[in-house]
Write a protein that binds this ligand. Structure first.
Ligand SMILES: [Zn+2]
Length: 186
């Protein structure tokens, strides 16, 4: 996985795997379209634009101490590894809406969003997925810890301890480092 606006290395997306028009079902052709090779429908003219998906994740704190919540992933990529809670933004949702929903689904906690820590671009080699991750500071406002389907465990840990966990994503490690450095200056 690559990351970070300065060293962004986007791997090749599997454009040849998109073979049929999602609008009319005709076979697609690879054509030069708006400066890039893209799957285009010769019948109806539909163009498949690959665009990064938007994800949101949280540095989640609970107020009583400086611990943050890590979740263990039950699904690939990174099955069995740990990460920040979060997920992908669905159509019709704002990024904050998506993060609130994902964390409630994944952990059972109702949260309040704080500051946006930063934005990372990434490419996931396993899923051949390009994405943009927005990572927020968040705080537990209610609910109790209930692990749901795509997570198999969760632990409240210090940020120092979190950085020793086998983490699934480099963006999460960078976010934790960033948060740790900011926190120590507060
Ligand atoms: Zn078509």
């Amino acid at each position: 996985m690559s990351h970070n606006s300065n060293s962004l290395q986007i791997g090749l997306l599997p454009i040849e795997t998109i073979r049929f028009c999602m609008r009319c079902g005709h076979s697609l052709e690879l054509r030069q379209e708006s400066e890039r090779l893209r799957p285009v429908c010769p019948r109806c003219g539909w163009v498949y634009y690959f665009a990064p998906q938007v994800a949101a994740a949280a540095i989640l704190t609970r107020g009583e101490d400086e611990k943050i919540l890590l979740v263990q992933r039950g699904e690939d990529p990174g099955r069995g590894l740990w990460g920040l809670p979060g997920g992908f933004v669905e159509l019709g949702e704002t990024v904050p809406d998506a993060l609130v929903r994902e964390i409630l689904e994944e952990t059972g906690y109702e949260i309040q969003l704080g500051a946006l820590l930063d934005v990372w671009s990434f490419f996931n080699d396993v899923k051949k997925l390009a994405g943009v991750a927005l990572i927020y500071e968040t705080r537990v406002m209610g609910g109790t810890l209930q692990i749901a389907s795509d997570s198999i465990a969760a632990e409240w840990v210090s940020v120092e301890r979190a950085l020793q966990f086998p983490l699934a994503f480099e963006t999460h490690r960078e976010a934790l480092m960033r948060w740790k450095n900011q926190w120590s200056k507060k």
